[in-house]
Design a protein around this ligand. Sequence first.
Ligand code: PEP
Ligand code: MN
Length: 337
Amino acid sequence: MIVILKQNPDKAQLDMLTKWLDDMGISVHTTVGHLQTILGLVGDTSKVDIDLIQALDIVEDVKRVQEPFKNANRKFHPDDTVVDVGGVKIGGGNFQVIAGPCSVESEEQICAVAKAVKASGATLLRGGAFKPRTSPYSFQGLREDGIRLLVEAKRETGLPIVTEIMDLSQLGLYDDVDMIQVGARNMQNFELLKELGHLRKPILLKRGLSSTLEELLMSAEYIMAGGNEQVVLCERGIRTFETYTRNTLDISAVPVLKDLSHLPVIVDPSHATGKHSLVPPTALAAVAAGADGLIIEVHNDPAHALCDGPQSLTPKNFERLMRSIDALRPYAYGREA
Ligand code: PEP
Ligand code: MN
C-alpha cells in the first residue's frame, strides 16, 4: 500500500499515522520525491482501513500495491535510485561500464586489464575470485588471493572493484570490495541475500538462468528488506531453446525492470551471448534500450584465458566498443517520468 501525502503535511498528524501503522506491525518507508512525499507501507496491510487513511487531512491518495515486491517497486519510489560504488554513481542518468576479466588470474593480468579498460573509459573493474563453474575440474578462481589482487589493481588504477560472492562464509573477505556481485546461480540463495541486506554496500544482483523478472525483483526485495537499498539489477541472458548463443539476451528486461522498479538496470552482453563477436551489437542494443550500464568481460589474451575466453573482448575491441557506446548514448531511450 502507498499513501501519497499532500504538500507540507502537518507533522503531528503524520506522526500519529506512522505510530498507528507501527502499532499494527506495519513499517513505513518515507520517500521525499521532487513532486510528492510517498509513504510505502510494508507488512500485512490487509487489516488497514483504506478509507480511514484517505479521510486524513494530510493525505492526497491511497493505493494498494498489487505486486509482491514493495521496496523495489517504482510506486514506492518514483525517482530513479542512484547507487554509489566507491564514488562512481550508477542510475538516474549516470551510465557506467564495468569491465575486466572473467577471472583474476595473476597480478600482471588483472593490473594490465584494469589499466587498459580504464584508458578506454571503464569506470569500474570486474574480476572473479570465487568462480561458480559448471565443472568441478575447471579453474575455480584464486579465491582469497584473487580478492587481494583486485585490491592491488584498485590501488594502481583507482577503479572501484566488483566481484562475486558464492557463499556467506566468504563475506569477511569482502571489506575492501566496493560492490558485491550475486551471480545468476545464487540469485535465489535467500540466506545469502538476507545477510547482504544487513550490509551498507552496493550489491550487483544478476538474473537467474531461468528466473522471471518478478523473481529477480523478489530477490532484490530480500536485500532491501534488510535495509540495504543499494541494489543494481543485471540482465545477463536466460535459458531458452536456442543453442547458438550461450543464453538468450532478454533486451525487453531493461524497459520492463525500469518501469516496475526504481533500481538501476545494467546488462551483461558477455554471459548473455558467449561469443565476443556478439558482445558489441548486444551491448549497443542494451544502451539503446535505456540500460544504466554494462558489465563486459575483457582479457589481455582471450585465447589463453582460464575462464570464458571465447566471450572476452581484447582491450582493442573494447576500446572500439566504448567509442560506439559514446556515440550512441545521446540517442538512448529514456523512460518518461
Ligand atoms: C560472472 O559474471 O562472472 C558470472 C559468473 O556471471 P553469471 O552469474 O551471470 O553467470
Ligand atoms: Mn565469465
